[in-house]
Design a protein around this ligand. Structure first.
Ligand code: HXC
Ligand code: NAP
Length: 294
């Protein structure tokens, strides 16, 4: 068993339909591929028609299961409704939703226009609200106990400079997750959970957040206790678990998958890792000198 191995065997998702926003690239595509390989009827959607159609084709060719690729913008409620009704028409029902689409960039906040904030908050927060609300109403109407998985980040609760629109939006998605897990969990059996990934190499994130010039100065793996970035399969495994009935009692939870990154940077004395063995020896010697004199 290795963390790069698929976790489930067989087709436990046979007959289940799952919509994944931003499912044509990066982590969304990896989750779509894995869920499709497990028998799910996957619907992926994003703005670029060519990207989404090509991804749907390649995932389906590989898994042997149908994948529907639909062009759409999570910010536009009409587009969200069209995707949901096309998915229901093609596959009969919809059982799950992964709010994965995101927009992000790095910048000192004082350089941003209000439209820059609007763009990221529109995709991440309003987009997740749009899909959750529309699909929630559909599930309530059809008496389906659906499952929602929101892809957030660890700075949803720590905050962070330089990606402030994203931090604000992801914090909102975390609040959405926990709030509706209680409200809709009790009334309708609808579960909502979140995954907070640390750094996982994707073109979308790396080009925008860790371009080569930045990577030359800060290796994303350096800050991580386990000293590596994430592998897509380990995130896909966690997503499959949270979308499956094996996690039926997990609700309103956010599971962090970051090799310990955010705790490393939160713990006041963790930077003491930079102290050499010689320095520790000197500190120990000073301590024993003092106790000899007392
Ligand atoms: C400052 C910027 C900017 C930048 C855009 N804007 N990029 N401001 N720095 N790098 C401003 C524009 O000038 C404009 O404001 C406003 O934002 C909207 O820009 P548009 O290009 O019209 O926006 P739009 O077409 O909606 O594109 C959205 C986007 C883009 C977010 C700007 O980057 C995108 O499409 N991203 C999708 C994929 C993505 O971002 N993936 C990464 C996810 S990774 P003005 O005032 O000029 O009109 C992630 C990881 C987190 O979230 C954690 C990692 C560890
Ligand atoms: P990515 O490949 O750039 O994925 C973002 C996706 O969102 C793209 O497929 C994009 O497709 C889609 N999208 C953007 N705006 C959209 C809109 N308005 N409507 C519909 N789709 C839209 O980046 P990623 O790294 O895989 O990120 C996936 C998720 O993981 C995001 O939620 C991100 O915040 C989270 N995350 C990633 C990391 C990491 O290290 N990679 C770490 C923490 C969290 P189009 O451009 O075609 O629309």
């Amino acid at each position: 068993m290795k963390y790069t191995d698929p976790m489930f065997a067989g087709t436990p998702f046979a007959g289940k339909t799952i919509i994944i926003t931003g499912g044509g690239t990066g982590l969304g595509k990896s989750m779509a591929s894995y869920l499709s390989s497990l028998g799910a009827q996957v619907v992926i959607t994003s703005r670029r028609q060519d990207v989404i159609e090509e991804a749907a084709r390649s995932i389906s060719d590989e898994s042997g299961h149908p994948v529907l690729g639909l062009q759409g913008d999570v910010r536009e409620i009409v587009s969200v409704r069209e995707v949901i009704s096309a998915a229901a028409e093609r596959f009969g029902t919809i059982d799950g939703l992964i709010n994965n689409a995101a927009g992000n960039f790095v910048s000192p906040t004082e350089r941003l226009s209000h439209r820059a904030f609007q763009s990221v908050i529109g995709i991440v927060l309003q987009g997740s609200i749009n899909y959750t609300l529309e699909l929630g109403k559909y599930w309530i109407d059809k008496k389906i106990a659906g499952t929602v998985l929101n892809i957030i980040t660890t700075y949803a609760w720590t905050g962070t400079g330089y990606t402030v629109p994203s931090a604000c939006a992801k914090a909102g998605v975390l609040a959405l997750t926990r709030s509706l897990a209680v409200e809709w969990g009790r009334k309708y059996g609808i579960r909502l959970n979140a995954i907070a990934p640390g750094p996982f190499p994707t073109k979308g994130a790396w080009d925008r957040l860790f371009p080569q010039a930045v990577r030359d100065q800060f290796d994303p793996a350096y800050r991580i206790p386990l000293q590596r970035v994430g592998d897509h399969q380990e995130l896909a495994n966690l997503a499959a678990y949270l979308m499956s009935d094996y996690s039926a009692y997990v609700n309103g939870e956010v599971i962090t998958i970051d090799g310990g990154e955010w705790l490393e940077n939160g713990g006041q004395f963790n930077a003491f890792r930079h102290l050499s063995d010689d320095m520790w020896d000197q500190l120990a010697a000073q301590r024993s000198n003092k106790s000899d004199k007392s």
